[in-house]
Write a protein that binds this ligand. Structure first.
Ligand SMILES: C[S@@+](CC[C@H](N)C(=O)[O-])C[C@H]1O[C@@H](n2cnc3c(N)ncnc32)[C@H](O)[C@@H]1O
Length: 234
């Protein structure tokens, strides 16, 4: 890999396996393989048809591409140029979310992939403030949060395409609200791992941190309350 594409891991994050690994420990190859599942439908059901979407942490376009197919205009942001190389048909922006300053507002801002569980509360709050400053006054922010028993229901696994995604561990750390999570992606031709730190956010905490960023929960979009629509508070 050329030096300018080599990135420093975020604290507490790491990954193993062939190919590029993002600063938060994701294997690019894995994200080109994982299916989109029902996430594009959840998003499409929560925003106006044809909306202009800002997708934060888009990865390799797993969800971006089905959203484009459904007629949305997507601006796709990721700090990993190696992920963005796989995104087709969307405007792409290579940037940390925390410092993103686009000169426009969007009908909907997406903060998927449980990024709101960043262990460093300064990072978490910066992610939410980035959502707030890019959403139109009459727009919405969709946040994907963890299921409420995810730090204790371990190990667990699910099939994803021809692979298996296994949460192998969620170990305690010095901070009682933060777990060290180890995720394994097992495919017929290879295995990748990601380790990361995740801060628990129960429903009350979640709603409080959103409020701190000028966002108010409008509705929980899924029965497990993992997808949430929030509205900007004036
Ligand atoms: C778990 S992957 C998920 C990608 C995509 N959302 C999906 O569901 O397929 C997380 C992605 O977010 C990006 N990411 C994580 N934290 C970020 C940050 N603070 N700023 C920009 N990108 C970030 C990573 O580079 C990675 O591509």
């Amino acid at each position: 890999m050329s030096d300018f594409l080599r990135q420093v891991p975020r604290e507490g994050h790491g990954g193993t396996g062939t190919g590029a690994i993002t600063p938060d420990g994701c294997a690019v190859e894995v994200y080109t393989r994982l299916p989109a599942g029902d996430e594009p439908d959840v998003i499409a059901s929560a925003v106006p048809a044809g909306a202009a979407l800002l997708e934060l942490g888009c990865g390799a376009g797993r969800v971006t591409h089905p959203l484009l197919d459904r007629g949305f205009a997507v601006t796709a942001v990721d700090e990993s140029p190696r992920m963005l190389e796989h995104v087709r048909g969307a405007r792409t922006v290579c940037s940390p979310i925390e410092t993103l300053e686009l000169d426009e507002r969007f009908d909907a801002v997406l903060l998927p992939s449980f990024l709101v569980h960043a262990s460093d509360v300064r990072v978490r709050d910066a992610l939410l403030h980035a959502c707030r400053r890019h959403v139109a006054d009459d727009g919405c922010v969709l946040v994907q949060r963890e299921g409420e028993d995810w730090h204790t229901r371990v190990p667990r696994e699910r099939r994803a395409g021809d692979g298996l995604v296994r949460i192998a561990a969620a170990d305690p750390t010095d901070d009682p609200r933060v777990s060290a999570v180890r995720c394994e992606y097992v495919f017929p031709d290879g295995t990748w791992t990601q380790t990361f730190l995740s801060r628990r956010l129960d429903r009350t905490e979640f709603e409080e941190v959103l409020a701190g960023a000028g966002l108010a929960v409008d509705t929980y979009l899924t029965g497990d309350r993992t997808w949430v629509r929030a509205l900007p508070v004036r």
